[in-house]
Write a protein that binds this ligand. Structure first.
Ligand code: ADP
Ligand code: MG
Length: 267
C-alpha cells in the first residue's frame, strides 16, 4: 500500500511541476524516518527545497534580464571614501521600500563618485527581492527607441522599458539627445510615472541644466522633471572621483621613496 502511495507522490509532484521536491522525496523520507520528524516537519522540509530553488532561479533570470554592464554590490561600496553620502539613506533605499512606493531615485554628482555603482547595487537588490529590473543608459535607450519608432515597433520597445519594476537610466546628460530622442525619453518617463513604477537615474547635470539634456526644450525638460520629482529621493554625491583617488593613492605609494628593507632605505 505504502509503495503505491510513494509512486503516486512522485507522480503528483511531477504533475504539479514540483521537480525539486520530487527529486528530494526519497532522501527526505529517509531523513524523516531516521530523525523521527513530524509529518509537517517533513512536508515543510520538502516544500522549502522547492521554493528555495525557485527563488534562486527567479533571481538568476532577473539578473540576466537586467543587462547590468557590471555586477556591483552595496557591500563593495566604501562609504568612508564618500563622506558626502548619507549611509543611512542608502541603507533605507536598500530595503526596497522605494519600489513599493513607486518612488524614483536620482543620483547626481560629478564623474567617478559612485552613481552607477549605487544604481546597479540597488538594481541587484531589486532582482534579489524577486523583481524585474532593466538597466540602460540615456543615449542607448533613446537610440533604441528612435530605431523602433522608424521601424514601426515603438510600442513593443516601450513595453520593455515600462514593465520592469525598476528602470535604471544611467548617464542622463552626458551626451545631447536630438529632438526625437528627447521626446521618446520623455514618453518613457511619463509612462512609468503613470504606472507608478520607479526609475533610478544617474546624472552629472544639475536640474537647472536639464533643458540641454532635452535637446534645448525647456518645457519638455520641466515636464519630465515634474514627473520624476513628484515622488523621488534625490541623492547628491559630491567630492572626488573614486578612480582618481585610487590612482592618486597608488601614485603616492609608488613615489614613496622611504620603503625600508632590513632597516635600510631602498629607492
Ligand atoms: P559614476 O557613475 O559616478 O561616474 P562609478 O559608479 O562608475 O561612478 O564609479 C567609478 C568606479 O569607482 C567604479 O568601478 C565603482 O565601483 C568605483 N567606486 C566609486 N565609488 C566607490 C566607493 N565609494 N567605494 C567603492 N568603489 C567605488
Ligand atoms: Mg556612471
Amino acid at each position: 500500500m505504502s509503495q503505491v502511495y510513494e509512486e503516486k507522490a512522485l507522480q503528483a509532484l511531477e504533475e504539479l511541476g514540483l521537480s525539486v521536491a520530487r527529486e528530494h522525496l526519497d532522501s527526505a523520507s529517509q531523513q524523516a524516518a531516521a530523525g523521527q520528524w513530524s509529518y509537517s516537519h517533513f512536508l515543510g522540509y520538502l516544500l522549502c527545497a522547492e521554493t528555495e530553488a525557485r527563488r534562486h532561479r527567479t533571481v538568476e533570470l532577473n539578473l540576466q534580464f537586467a543587462k547590468f554592464p557590471l555586477q556591483k554590490r552595496l557591500d563593495d561600496f566604501d562609504f568612508a571614501a564618500q563622506p558626502s553620502l548619507d549611509r543611512r539613506l542608502v541603507e533605507e533605499l536598500a530595503t526596497g521600500r522605494f519600489l513599493y512606493e513607486g518612488r524614483n531615485l536620482i543620483f547626481l554628482g560629478p564623474p567617478g563618485v559612485g552613481k552607477t555603482h549605487l544604481a546597479i547595487a540597488l538594481g541587484v537588490l531589486t532582482c534579489e527581492l524577486g523583481h524585474r529590473v532593466y538597466f540602460t543608459n540615456a543615449l542607448e535607450m533613446a537610440r533604441r527607441l528612435s530605431l523602433a519608432l522608424s521601424e514601426n515597433r515603438l510600442h513593443r520597445e516601450m513595453r520593455r522599458l515600462v514593465h520592469p519594476k525598476a528602470l535604471i537610466v544611467d548617464e542622463v546628460g552626458y551626451l545631447m539627445l536630438d529632438k526625437t530622442q528627447a521626446s521618446l525619453l520623455f514618453q518613457a518617463i511619463s509612462q512609468r510615472y503613470e504606472r507608478g513604477q520607479s526609475v533610478i537615474l544617474t546624472s552629472n547635470k544639475a536640474f537647472s541644466e536639464w533643458a540641454e539634456v532635452f535637446a534645448g526644450d525647456a518645457v519638455m525638460a520641466s515636464a519630465a522633471l515634474d514627473r520624476l520629482l513628484h515622488r523621488c529621493t534625490v541623492v547628491h554625491i559630491r567630492g572626488e572621483s573614486y578612480r582618481l583617488k585610487e590612482k592618486r593613492q597608488a601614485g603616492l605609494a609608488l613615489a614613496e621613496p622611504s620603503v625600508k628593507q632590513n632597516g635600510k632605505k631602498v629607492q
